[in-house]
Design a protein around this ligand. Structure first.
Ligand SMILES: O=C(O)c1ccccc1N[C@@H]1O[C@H](COP(=O)(O)O)[C@@H](O)[C@H]1O
Length: 209
């Protein structure tokens, strides 16, 4: 089984090139101003257009977005999918409105938090933000990976939250994940991606020991 990999929070050409060279399946652009990984539509548009057709798919990450906010980004950025932090009904409405695949993010801490129905295209299963955090993800925080091992997932899903090159193999094994998503764990400082860590992460995820 080949594990699929998303590298999220790219902000410059070096990060995009590193994700492409490492063979990532998806790259993510964060359109949430409070994030250290926030990019403007202008910058993301240039980066997204630099990705070759056989390169990773381009995912836009939005937190409680208005339709106008998504439209303004899509006017500048060629995206292949949307990662949404909002409730399920809003994610379904966004999917209908924009005609793009939508992944809904779900923060989990206990078995009851795992979704058992899904009306969008995928789920990003990640940790709950720590108390006081001003963002719902990208907090370098993991959850008990055993939670998903017994879960009957209602849709394709990615494991996220606190992953890094040193723990991703164990996380995949314990969680039973077939796709992983990372941001903080491949950075040398918040918002600064490391080409070396991106390479190590993809290698580790693709070669479970
Ligand atoms: O990366 C961010 O800053 C961010 C902001 C708001 C919502 C989600 C965000 N990132 C996503 O969170 C998970 C886990 O990230 P990490 O690896 O723990 O840093 C991942 O899906 C990121 O795309």
């Amino acid at each position: 089984m080949t594990v699929r990999v998303k590298i999220c929070g790219l902000r410059d050409r070096a990060g995009v090139d590193a994700a492409c060279a490492a063979g990532a399946d998806w790259v993510g652009f964060v359109f949430f101003e409070r994030s250290p990984r926030h990019v403007t539509a202008d910058v993301a548009g240039r980066l997204a257009r630099a990705i070759p057709p056989d390169g990773p798919q381009r995912i836009g990450l939005f937190v409680h977005p208005t339709d106008d906010a998504i439209r303004q980004v899509l006017d500048h950025v060629p995206l292949d999918g949307l990662q949404i932090y909002d409730d399920a009904a809003r994610a379904v409405a966004i999917r209908a409105r924009f005609g793009l695949p939508v992944w809904l993010a779900a923060g989990v801490a206990a078995p009851a938090d795992l979704p058992h129905a899904c009306a969008v295209d995928g789920l990003v299963i990640e940790s709950r933000p720590p108390a006081g955090s001003d963002r719902p993800g990208g907090n370098a925080r993991s959850f008990d990976w055993g939670l998903t091992a017994r879960w009957q997932a209602p849709a394709p899903w990615l494991l996220a939250g606190g992953l890094n090159p040193g723990n991703v193999r164990r996380a995949i094994r314990q969680a039973g994940a077939r796709a992983v998503d990372v941001s903080s764990g491949v950075e040398s400082a918040p918002g600064v991606k490391s080409a070396s860590l991106i390479h190590q992460f993809v290698q580790a995820a693709r070669n479970p020991a």
